[in-house]
Ligand binder design. Sequence first.
Ligand code: ARG
Length: 283
Amino acid sequence: MSIRRLPLAACRSFLMCRPTHYAIAYEINPWMRLARPANHRRALSQWDRLYRTLTETLKVQVRLLPPAPGVPDLVFTANAGLVHGRTLIRSNFRHPQRRREEPLVERYFRREGFRIVRLPRRFNFEGEGDALWVGDTLVMGFRFRSDAPAHEHAARALDARVLPVELADQRFYHLDTCFCPLDAQTILWFPKAFDRYSRKVIEGLARTRIAVSERDAVRFACNAIVIGRSIVMQAGVSTTLKRALSRRGFRLYPVELSEFLKAGGAAKCLVLQLHCQPSARRS
Ligand code: ARG
């Protein structure tokens, strides 16, 4: 039995969380520095701009996870878990600072009527941040945040083909910081963020691969939200990349997210896809 996926263009619903309590309150990745705090007012307006680009310009539905004090990274909803139909595979965060988000996420999804799948506690798993679909294959990143064995459990829970890939550069600690599926055959990526073998695996998976330069990679160009042929991406990427995307028929919607880059995240981390798959299973 397999789950048939709707085309990416049908993914029209996201979960976001307003940055009411967002701050750089600890250092758990190479981007975060307590000495470099986020400007709260600017963060709110940047987030709002992203929200309006999605809801007003691109007309996608956005649901809101209620903000909560004491969990400043809750805004990065991509890490809440992985949604498939009406199932949430809940994250098991690596860092204790983010583990406090787990019960909040679980309560929200339970209330919304989702089935919650928890992976064994000994395996870390950071949700869609480390798990992205390329066609029917779920590519899962491991090493810095998610553990390789979590992938087997996810494959079983989803009844899907899962391809684990190893991350190799601490700056790109989640898969979605260096890898972005654009459609079933096309990906955007920063090859050096992967180990040699995983690079090969990815090359075998996606026919068309747009490699970003290191300069674009550190601007989080790969951390983009793709809706059909529209791409919402951190502002300020190179003309070379802009051209490569437009040549392939993609339209770019740049959004400035500087305050979130300070926490090691950009556009994609701030959303979690909901309801992209039909809940009905077909054989
Ligand atoms: N400060 C957050 C962390 O280190 C950023 C999370 C970014 N999320 C992502 N999906 N890449 O956990």
